[in-house]
Design a protein. Sequence first.
Length: 127
Amino acid sequence: MRMLHTMLRVGDLERSVRFYTDVMGMQLLRRTDRPEQKYSLAFVGYDTEDKTSVIELTYNHGVDRYEMGTAFGHVALAVDDCYAACARIKAAGGSVTREAGPVQGGTTVIAFVTDPDGYKIELIQSK
């Protein structure tokens, strides 16, 4: 078995695709529009779906926002340089909500970014 994707419900598919491609540097891998079923999907990631897990962005037509629950935590991404990634994300208009730095009580460098729908993305610096 292997992980395929994580699905996030979004309030504006185009806005979310722009965020994940322009700000986070992912590629739009594929898109499916199902007007008769009233939903659209976009799959984004850093490589093809046969090589890595990706994010499925789901837009349910007519729903422009979701209430964040308390069970979901975040999506985590490995980065070579957390500080540089935060600078690039901010320069592209992204929201860094926890600046790069060591995790409390440890040495691993992390940061947090929030997407346009409020989902948290943790950046973890590769060792």
